[in-house]
Design a protein around this ligand. Structure first.
Ligand SMILES: Nc1ncnc2c1ncn2[C@@H]1O[C@H](COP(=O)(O)OP(=O)(O)O)[C@@H](O)[C@H]1O
Ligand SMILES: Cc1cn([C@H]2C[C@H](O)[C@@H](COP(=O)(O)OP(=O)(O)O)O2)c(=O)[nH]c1=O
Length: 960
């Protein structure tokens, strides 16, 4: 109730002492007033021996309950008066005025308390209470925060009161406990005086607390419970505060009525405070599966039952424990949800009502047929009446606030104490991810590096596309244009700091979800992502030993709580995975972490999966790839909802790729055929990742790919061959409308290392002296014609059916002839789609690469885009590492061959330089940017290796 914040500020000690003393004064005044007025009447003014007289009167049974209640009510009202003084009344005063006013009123209060301890009287008590109210009001005006934890301050005087009153009662019997009140009032008076002096001496500016430090609804904790819900009419919470006010206020009448003495009163108060504190702390996470208004309602209901029991029990320890439990429930109930209603009204109304009921003196003895009879003090009757009221209100609340989905009281309660499933909590109050999943189905494939995610995603995407679903395969990091840049930042230069790393992954995820995953799910697609939040938990939290909750909260915030319907963990021994990675040949700095790191990563995946068995499937990834594919597909198919729109049947929503087919569909969602996003440098023996010739018909976006190629030729080179153009156009025109709108899997490869961008044309190649190179099509196994894929010869081009295929054949033959010798020596393999494959040198006419700033003379990997030339150029570094980047398109047949590339035209030193065409900045596809980032990465990698080599040469000159 009082202000407690800002205790870290320099001015805090004064407030701390004053507030603590104010709480103490409140307790003592309430207790004294009851004793004084109860024994001596409202008009009593007594002298120094008053306490002894009162004690004697009490023990002799001469206690006037009605007068006591009335007195108590007046003191309580006056003491709380300060709480109702609008903070702005004082806040508008200059700080110096406020400070002085607080000091003076605290001094007056202190003086009154000291006098009261020596010569207690009803009048004096009330005057002291009035000043206490003023002190409280001033305290609030200095530090006007409401959401704080008052038990921290009130706990101190309550504990002191327990100690002093118990000591007095043990030494001098029940009546002597009353004298303890006098001593405690003396103590709090001194405390108040000390506080006022400290405040007076504190500089004015230090008295201003900038922000509340204790009372905010704990956001982080709330995430593990159901999201807080805004409550329009918080009557349940107001009722709970009324229960609390009544419980506190009935403590003294109870102690008096049952002859417990002041030690009993102090005990009840202190235990109530402890119960309230515990409940208040636990509130946000208590019963995490229950809707928050429902938690409040149950708290009210159960507190009603406990109030009845408190009234019914005669014994002190029972009353103490039950009162504490009631306070605990109030704490739980009011903190289950953030509230912006005033607790003062509820508490004061409850306390006042309890005292009025108590003053009616309704107690009596109930005959229960046995001895002793059931004795009901007036305070017990008040407890019973409150209990019935709370019970009724709780039952009404149960009908008012719906349970969370489940029906039935017992079901609600049982489920209430289970944590809600991930998707429900994921939003952290931001939204319901279950709704966000929309019409689609979201699958995350997780597992350590080398577990086979990339391989499997290609296969399952193809299989699900064959089933007729709209499939979108993507990855993290790097599933979007921006993502590739982030990926490049992560992996293409020195490793970032761990925190930077975590934030970059989160940034990539945020953009990925917002720009790609969410829209795709909205369109009803199956979205398969290579890595998602679990990777972050595994790598950044467990791997880097960051706090999991923080990392999780970051990702949840980034994704607005989007959680996959299904997460498949490909589990594998890190050693086996490392072996595979060694064969694969590319790695990032995370791959190169030690085995303990990868063990932690693996264990994290497994333990996360274990916690949510219905949303995770763990599969042994060490088995044969085909077998694993079958297992994954079985797991997915078993969970796919019937309602998922299929390509053949779905007439409602236009497929995502249809909209993507629009040239202006936006950079992030540019529709690119599977093959057009196929990958590059993989081992030659990797059959999975070799191209199949006939991809154009099955993959989405083929028509606009053709458009692209036309455009690019037109823009890049006006002299593009007419017949190729015609072929291209015919191909496009002959496709049916269905095919134009058809969506196959759109595959964003899981590793940029094996990723190949779109093709350039002959014309582009010619212009820039492109060098055709080995190419491998990662998207090959996504195609529907397995025979075509199987027929591919590793050493040469494979013929493709149809016009497109013939064109490709022709072009690939040209390519073959013009294959540069250094590539042939390396056994570079070409296929029919090599027509669309071009490697361009850096220093073409329009190439703008500035590596002059590179101090060591090694060309930089900077990319410069010249929009006029519509050519994107990437500078390669080391001729020794004659790895080439490949550019190709799915609709390769539509593209003129890239065989125009001429080794001679390329600068010898830049033989491995890749130049990717940019048809126009607007049409820049995600895949192309990925490719560029990849090229950039490779260039850096080469640079690194070159430096390593020269270092080695330097340290071991004989080797060189
Ligand atoms: N089931 C499997 N058995 C043996 N090798 C596999 C299997 N699955 C994938 N590989 C190989 O392991 C390497 C890593 O696979 P990849 O799919 O890139 O893994 P990830 O994407 O999880 O890092 C590749 O060279 C791939 O050919
Ligand atoms: C998505 C994600 C990936 N990573 C790491 C795991 C991988 O080592 C790296 C790149 O992931 P990935 O593209 O899967 O690489 P690869 O195909 O070589 O397995 O990024 C994280 O550390 N945190 C994350 O949140």
């Amino acid at each position: 109730m009082l202000t407690t914040t800002g205790h870290r500020l320099p001015g805090a000690p004064g407030r701390l002492v004053t507030e603590t003393a104010a709480w103490g004064a409140l307790i003592v005044l309430v207790a004294i007033s009851y004793v004084v007025a109860g024994t001596s009447g409202l008009v009593a003014t007594v002298g120094g021996r008053a306490y002894t007289a009162m004690g004697e009167s009490l023990s002799a049974g001469g206690f006037d309950n009605q007068m006591g209640s009335l007195s108590l009510l007046i003191v309580f009202a006056l003491s709380c008066a300060g709480l109702f003084i609008p903070a702005k009344v004082f806040a508008s005063r200059p700080p110096a005025v406020r400070k002085t006013a607080l000091s003076i009123s605290a001094i007056v209060e202190a003086a009154l308390l000291v006098v009261l301890s020596l010569a207690p009287s009803a009048w004096l008590t009330w005057v002291a209470a009035l000043f206490l109210g003023a002190v409280v009001g001033l305290l609030m005006s200095i530090n006007p925060f409401r959401h704080e934890k008052p038990w921290r301050r009130v706990g101190i005087p309550a504990a002191v009161l327990v100690f002093v009153s118990c000591a007095f009662q043990i030494l001098g019997g029940s009546a002597a406990g009353t004298q303890a009140l006098g001593w405690v009032s003396l103590l709090v008076g001194i405390g108040m005086a000390a506080g006022s002096v400290i405040i007076f001496l504190t500089p004015e500016r230090a008295l201003h607390a900038e922000s509340a430090t204790t009372g905010q609804f704990p956001e982080l904790k709330a995430r593990v419970a159901r999201p807080a819900e805004a409550i329009a009419n918080p009557w349940v919470c107001i009722g709970l505060f009324a229960v609390l006010g009544a419980t506190f206020m009935l403590a003294q009448p109870t102690a008096i009525g049952h002859g417990y003495g002041q030690a009993g009163f102090a005990l009840i108060i202190a235990c109530c405070l402890v119960g309230w504190a515990v409940g208040f702390e636990m509130g946000p996470t208590f019963a995490p599966g229950m809707s928050r208004p429902r938690v409040s309602t149950f708290a009210l209901l159960v507190s009603g039952v406990l109030l009845l029991a408190t009234g019914a029990i005669n014994e002190l320890s029972g009353k103490v424990v039950l009162s504490a439990a009631i306070a605990f429930l109030v704490g739980i109930g009011v903190r289950a949800q953030p509230y912006d209603f005033s607790r003062r009204y509820g508490a004061v109304a409850g306390a006042g009502l309890a005292l009025v009921i108590n003053a009616l003196d309704l107690g009596g003895t109930v005959e229960v047929g046995s001895s002793p009879d059931w004795i009901l003090a007036p305070s017990d009757v008040a407890f019973l009446i409150f209990g019935i009221a709370a019970l009724v209100a709780g039952v009404i609340g149960l009908f008012t606030f719906d349970p969370h989905r489940l029906q039935g009281l017992s079901v609600d309660i049982v489920h209430g104490f289970r944590p809600p499933s991930q998707p429900e909590t994921a939003a952290g109050g931001l939204g319901n991810s279950a709704e966000r999943l929309g019409a689609g189905f979201f699958i995350a494939i997780e597992g350590g590096d080398g577990s086979g995610k990339t391989t499997q995603i290609k296969r399952i995407s193809a299989a699900l596309a064959d089933d007729g679903y709209h499939v979108e395969a993507t990855r993290e990091p790097g599933g979007t244009e921006l993502g590739t840049k982030i990926r490049s930042v992560l992996f293409d230069s020195d490793p970032p700091s761990s925190r930077t790393e975590a934030l970059l992954f989160a940034a990539d995820r945020a953009h990925h979800v917002a720009s790609l995953v969410d829209p795709s799910l909205d369109a009803g697609n199956i979205v398969i992502t290579d890595r998602y939040i679990d990777s972050t938990i595994a790598y950044q939290a467990a791997g880097r030993s960051f706090d999991e909750k923080t990392i999780l909260a970051l990702s949840r915030w980034a994704t607005q709580g989007l959680v996959p319907n299904l997460t498949i963990v490909l589990d594998i021994e890190p050693e086996v995975a490392a072996e595979r990675m060694g064969k694969r040949g590319d790695s990032n700095y995370l791959d190169d972490e030690n085995q303990q790191f990868h063990q932690r990563v693996r264990q994290t995946y497994l333990s996360r999966a274990h916690k949510e068995l219905d949303r995770y499937v763990v599969l042994d990834a060490s088995v044969d790839a085909d077998e694993l594919t079958e297992q994954i597909l079985a797991a997915i198919r078993a969970r796919l909802p019937q309602t998922l729109v299929k390509r053949d049947t779905g007439t409602e929503a236009p497929p995502a790729s249809t909209s993507n087919a629009e040239p202006d569909s936006g950079p992030e969602r540019s529709s690119v055929p599977i093959a057009a996003v196929a990958a590059g440098t993989v081992p030659d023996d990797d059959k999975d990742e070799t191209s199949s010739p006939d991809s154009s018909a099955e993959v989405d976006g083929a028509p606009e790919t053709a458009d692209d190629s036309v455009d690019s030729r037109d823009t890049a080179d006006g002299s593009a061959e007419d017949d190729t153009d015609a072929n291209d156009t015919d191909e496009r025109d002959t496709r049916g409308e269905d095919e134009m709108h058809e969506r196959g899997p759109r595959f964003v490869p899981a590793s940029g290392d094996r990723f190949v961008p779109s093709a350039v044309t002959d014309a582009e190649a010619e212009i820039s002296g492109a060098v055709p190179t080995k190419r491998v099509d990662l998207g090959a196994d996504l195609r529907e014609d397995p025979t075509a894929s199987a027929s591919e010869e590793p050493s040469g081009a494979t013929s493709a059916p149809g016009v497109a295929g013939e064109a490709a054949d022709r072009d690939s033959e040209n390519d073959e002839e013009e294959l540069p010798s250094f590539l042939e020596q390396k056994g570079a393999r070409r296929s029919d789609e090599d027509d669309a494959t071009t490697v361009l040198p850096t220093h073409g006419t329009d190439a703008i690469i500035d590596d002059s700033d590179d101090a060591d003379g090694v060309p930089t990997d900077r990319i410069v885009t010249d929009e006029d030339a519509e050519t994107r150029i990437v500078n390669r570094v080391d001729p020794e590492d004659a790895e080439t980047r490949v550019v190709h398109r799915a609709d390769s047949s539509a593209e003129a061959g890239a065989g125009g590339a001429d080794e001679d035209s390329a600068d010898a030193g830049d033989a491995e330089t890749t130049v990717l065409p940019v048809r126009s900045a607007r049409e820049m596809s995600r895949e192309r940017l990925q490719a560029q980032a990849e090229i950039e990465r490779q260039a850096r990698e080469r640079l690194r290796r070159q430096r390593e080599r020269s270092n080695r040469r330097f340290t071991n000159p004989e080797d060189s």
